[in-house]
Design a protein around this ligand. Structure first.
Ligand code: MRU
Length: 360
């Protein structure tokens, strides 16, 4: 049943996942997401290695947020470089940052955009160090602001899909922490709340690193959105009981045919949705599409350390030496996806043709 509240409560300010402090001689400040929800602490990044490590260890995570952090990281890397101030130096810094994580294509998109811009700048004339750093910072800020706008637009398009829906399931964290502001999947829920809708969100905890429990549940709680945390293994039961009528998740890379990589466990959610005839939606900005690859088979899947599976918060939960498989992402085939919500609208049905038309 739709519930309309004519005078919704004012919503709290959105989470500021990261911000650049000051001039190009300043630094990047970002929330250390590994500390949430018990501690809201920030990391100050004064050099590119700190940004690289923050991405690698998931202090900053989520496809768009990784891209934005890396863009600011380029300013730091070029600033500390001893090489000449030219496009080759920019490229080297981008190459380094590109080694931090392999799956989310937004990272490579942002770094390629910066490489292309610096080629253009240096093609017309030589730049002194101060001018180059200022331009790099402006570019990073533009990437940051554009992501903010895209997230808002995703929310506006996505909310139209939730008519007659009271319960929705999400997996991992595709919220403000993972982006510039409103998130992708969570932007749909935040926008629904802004419109006075009363949604109930079921949150998969998202083993092994608990992004759902630690981050999504926290974000929803911050905004007083009704949220119920479940273990990943409970999703099918929640669907069978009719508690959710749709699932919306984010994405790390979407191939030209619509196959979508997202946090490990997403594929299972999509299969459960199909079994229960519930629509499974992906919410992602155009920067998450990789139209250079034909299908999900070409998406590189990050493999992470065994101890993420064998221990929980420093406590060993499996026998020492046990064999472990720990892919950080899986690929959901396009045929299981009811629609992809982008900043331009909703791709529905999902196919190579509809995606090509969407971006034509
Ligand atoms: O390993 P993570 O936490 O970076 O994985 C994040 C996800 O899988 C998100 O769902 C995805 O990046 C979309 S964020 C808007």
């Amino acid at each position: 049943m739709n519930q309309t509240n004519p005078s919704p409560l004012p919503t709290p300010p959105a989470i500021e996942t990261m911000r650049w402090e000051g001039t190009p001689e300043g630094f990047l400040r970002l929330i250390d997401q590994t500390r949430l929800p018990d501690k809201l602490e920030e990391i100050e990044c004064h050099d590119v290695a700190t940004v690289w490590n923050a991405i690698k260890r998931l202090s900053v995570r989520g496809a768009p947020a990784i891209a934005i952090a890396a863009a600011y990281g380029v300013v730091l890397g070029v600033r500390e470089a001893t090489e000449p101030c030219d496009a080759t130096t920019v490229n080297k810094v981008c190459d380094y940052l590109a080694t931090s994580r392999p799956t989310a294509v937004n990272l490579f998109w942002a770094l390629d955009r910066i490489r292309a811009q610096s080629q253009l700048w240096f093609a017309s004339k030589n730049l002194d160090r101060a001018t180059l750093l200022q331009r790099l910072l402006d570019e990073a800020r533009a990437i940051h602001e554009e992501d903010r706008q895209m997230c808002r637009a995703i929310g506006r398009h996505g909310v139209a899909l939730l008519e007659n829906i009271t319960g929705v399931l999400t997996h991992c964290n595709a919220g403000g922490l993972a982006t510039a502001e409103y998130g992708t999947a969570l932007s749909v829920f935040f926008t629904a709340q802004d419109q006075g809708r009363d949604l109930h969100v079921f949150v998969d905890e998202t083993r092994p690193l608990l992004q759902g429990a630690r981050l999504t549940a926290w974000e929803l709680q911050q905004r007083s959105i009704k949220a119920t945390l479940i273990c990943d293994s409970m999703a099918a039961q929640v669907m069978r009981e009719g508690k959710v009528q749709a699932a919306i998740v984010g994405a790390d890379r979407i191939a030209a045919n619509g196959d979508t990589a997202n946090k490990i466990g997403t594929y299972s959610v999509a299969l459960h949705c199909r079994a229960h005839q519930i629509p499974f939606y992906v919410a992602a900005p155009s920067t998450t599409f990789d139209l250079s690859i034909e299908s999900g088979a070409e998406i590189p899947i990050e493999q992470r350390a065994a101890d993420e599976v064998t221990s929980l918060y420093g406590r060993q939960t499996a026998p020492h030496g046990v064999d472990v498989y720990n892919p950080a992402f899986d690929v959901t085939p396009a045929e299981l996806i009811a629609g992809i919500i982008t900043e331009r609208g909703v791709i529905q049905p999902v196919s190579r043709d509809t995606i090509a038309t969407h971006f034509a």
